[in-house]
Design a protein around this ligand. Sequence first.
Ligand code: ADP
Ligand code: MG
Length: 727
Amino acid sequence: MTNLRLGSISKLSQTQAVSFSADQSSQNFRSHVFCEHKMRRYLTQEAYDRIQKAAIKGIPLSSNIADQMASALKAWAISMNATHYTHWFQPLTGITAEKHDTFHELTDSGQMLEVFDGKKLVQNLPEDLPTAKGGERNTFEARGFAAWDLKSPPFIYGHTLCIPAVFVSYTGAALDYKTPLLKSIRALDQAATSICRYFDKNVSSVEATLGWEQEYFIVDRQLALTRPDILLTGRTLMGHEPARGEHIDGHYFSGIPNRVLRFMHELEQECHQLGIPVKTHHNELAPHQFELTPIFEEANLAVDHNILVMDLMNRLAEKHQLQILLHEKPFKGINGSGKHCNWSLTNSEGMNLLSPGKNPMQNLQFLSFFINTLVAVSKHTGLLRAATSSGSNDLRLGTEEAPPKVLSVFIGQQLTHVLEELEHVSKGKLSPAEKTELKLNLIGKIPEKLLDNTDLNRTAPLAFTGNKFELRTVGAQANCAQSITALNAMVAQQLIDFKDAVDRLVEEEDMKKDDAIFNVLRDQIKDFRDILFEGEIYSASWKEKLQKHQWFQANDVPDAVGVLRDSAVVDLFDKLEVLNPQELEVRYEIRIQAFLNRVRVESRTLGDLIRNHIIPTALKYQSVVVSNVGGFKTIYGDNFQEHAQEQMEIIERLSRHISALHSGTREMIETRKKADTINDQTKRAKVYAQEVVPFLEEIRYHCDKLELLVEDNLWPLAKYRELLFLI
Ligand code: ADP
Ligand code: MG
């Protein structure tokens, strides 16, 4: 039997960069999207206007208009050679779900007709989708229907017309990520619009914006195929760190291998056809790690585009004989992958509400949104942790320059100074002199462009970066809707509370509106001062602050996700009608179950690898050494030990590690099986986190030692140095 790993390495030199028909012309942008100008071409003016209106108001289409839209879509899709259509949605398990139907239907008289009408467009009934099940409660098992999300235009992917959709049960319960995201966007729109109207009566809406930065690793596919752990769990469960690590050479922006460049170019081209405005790629900190960033968009569309990008990456990589690793921590000891989420708010007048403005009033508006976001976050640090926690992302958070699990916020010196000054504003009505002073010398002096001084603090979990907040704890393979929904909801509620407080001062204390705003803002600063941290996250001063303020800490997934059951979180989502308590509970259970599944698969995969790959390999090598010692015995008789000391030591070390692997694997399996007898899912997850997960580390330690001991030619799994440096 040949060694798969050595075979893959020798094939590498023959693997060529894959060509594709490159066409980077800007005309291709949105060529595969049923965007506005195509809608105008295919629809009557009236139908177009009514669809736009329905999208803006969030109301359903009448059947007549839905029929017109469906037939327009069908005509366009067929002209683009599409043969199928699908409602494309984001289930709570997996990345996307699709059920493809052809446009053809058999009529009673036996003719094939192309049929696609309004009913099919607006809602479609997926059957027996795994997404509809999965939990331990009946609520999941309700079958659901998918309905077109009017805010996200249909697009063609391969030969399929994809209709971005929400997925809800017959009872109306959300079964996906999109439904609560849209509701949180609406809640935030309403709350933020009413604040904007303090400053500008023309404002009619506010939109959340999102720019994600997708990090990922690329490895050679042949090499990846030698690693069952990569294929089954998305990460390496063993592997010794390479001698040449990430810190030795500056990988940032260093040369990208040709095969990878071709893949990236094709990916960008496909992204542009689908209307995804990606613009940069460069090497990240670790070898073979890259990042793809788009120009920011409205949050709902940005989430759709991120999901689409992850899917595209996987599909295209296969063509280029590459393997994408979206896992947050594919390699131990090496920088992991996140998906920084840049978030802001734009009003209907095109103003970024988290950007300082041109005059004192605009800056007061900026401070209102800036400060209220901070208050919201400080009230819900646990929810933000819960939103970003997962079995895979928790391996990344808090290691190798990733943000820690505990939330703190970086805002930079200039704004820290503004807040300090603001705290000294007098209570009650402001004198004309004080107001002039404030407007001229405090808020009037906030520079329009705040210097982005975050570079030293790339590890802050949440950072204000001049005109947006950047949430850095989101995991690379996550659906970022989960975090953005949480952020939108907490800020929406905070803005509602802020408005109540301001209006009360205006009515009850007869204050002027801006006096009231100053008063409320001043009082709020103390609420969030504790979560601000400007220093080095991995320093002693941070740990000190952590202890002093007893920041919310959840060390494992069950604890982090457990926050979803806190009454403050349940009330927040319920009050805003983003998720009702039952929908939230379903989410909690799915998250716990995902954690259990992940650990179970990792532990099984590791057990199999140890028993079928590692121990047999180590034994094979041991018998080589044993026969070598036998040779010495033949030559030197009883004196052989004198000449074969090293060999004897190798034999002993091999034995020690083999035996540790044997017993460790056995104990891990027993512990897991025992945990599986616990009926309560939450308790079972806790035992998995505390007792099963540590075995993964312990076992890998011995395995990694063996990797260093055993003759290279015998080792069956691609090593870190090969995965990370060969393409
Ligand atoms: P850099 O941090 O490299 O200087 P930028 O500040 O332009 O780059 O932005 C980084 C990311 O933040 C990009 O994805 C960008 O689209 C996004 N971004 C910029 N402005 C906003 C905004 N107002 N809302 C949301 N995302 C934004
Ligand atoms: Mg960033």
